[in-house]
Design a protein around this ligand. Structure first.
Ligand code: ADP
Ligand code: ADP
Ligand code: ZN
Length: 213
């Protein structure tokens, strides 16, 4: 099963992708997590990506597409995967489509989590992230058991540099201009599933499992 998570920054893509990954035993592939791991490790890729990320802009397709295609070619992806944060514009979606076509393969579901912009800012300001394992928390909605510490791996939680209010506004603009057109793209392919992301995270997950059943 090959699944794409769509939705604005902060809609809950990562949170849901993590739960889908556990239930269906599929790798959760987040391009944002890959970039953050590279920034943490001080790689060239990380240095290049950080400039764009801190401004709330997309990292150029030449970098992003190569990383994604390398990742999905790995052995653990042979039964499928969940893409979280890729594709983020039409050209990325077209490259992915062409690559899958070559393999006689396709995306099974594009899950669009809908949350209005007004709710997004609140979610982002309270978001805390673990760069070691990719887990996500929220100060009020999804607090970790021990303040500031990841439940899953014990590393320190951070407020992402790009989760400040000004940057979130830029990211929302980029989302509406470049990413939202993907909703039509996958609708035309007949794989789009939209759901209300303002509900409780377990209710959202329940709906996703019904969609995937
Ligand atoms: P995305 O990957 O789409 O950017 P995240 O999964 O990181 O979004 O979620 C953004 C923030 O909102 C996180 O702090 C997360 O804990 C919180 N969150 C996720 N789903 C819900 C939900 N259904 N209700 C309330 N808060 C949520
Ligand atoms: P969120 O969970 O809030 O949606 P991500 O972790 O997916 O954010 O992405 C963080 C940043 O990483 C983006 O704002 C962008 O700069 C960069 N990024 C992630 N995925 C892509 C992509 N597919 N194309 C271009 N840039 C990306
Ligand atoms: Zn962790």
């Amino acid at each position: 099963m090959k699944i794409i998570m769509l939705g604005a920054p902060g809609a809950g893509k990562g949170t849901q992708a993590e739960m889908i990954s556990e239930k269906y035993n599929l790798p959760h592939i987040s391009t944002g997590d890959i970039f953050r791991a590279n920034i943490k490790n001080g790689t060239e890729l990380g240095k290049e990506a950080k400039g764009y990320m801190d401004k709330g802009l997309l990292v150029p397709d030449e970098l992003t597409v190569r990383i994604l295609l390398d990742r999905v070619a790995k052995e653990d992806c042979k039964n499928g995967y969940i893409l979280d944060g890729f594709p983020r514009n039409i050209p990325q979606a077209e490259v992915l489509d062409a690559e899958l076509n070559k393999l006689g393969d396709k995306i099974d579901a594009a899950i669009d989590i809908e949350v209005p912009d007004e709710s997004i800012i609140k979610r982002m300001i309270g978001r805390r992230a673990c760069v070691s394992c990719g887990a996500t928390y929220h100060l009020e909605n999804v607090p970790p058991k021990k303040e500031g510490i990841c439940d899953k791996c014990g590393d320190k939680l951070i407020l992402r540099d790009d989760d400040r209010e000004e940057t979130v506004k830029n990211r929302l603009n980029v989302y509406h201009e470049q990413t939202q057109p993907l909703i039509d793209f996958y609708q035309r392919k007949g794989v789009l599933k939209s759901l209300d992301g303002t509900k409780d995270m377990m209710d959202v997950f329940q709906e996703i499992t019904e969609i995937l059943a």
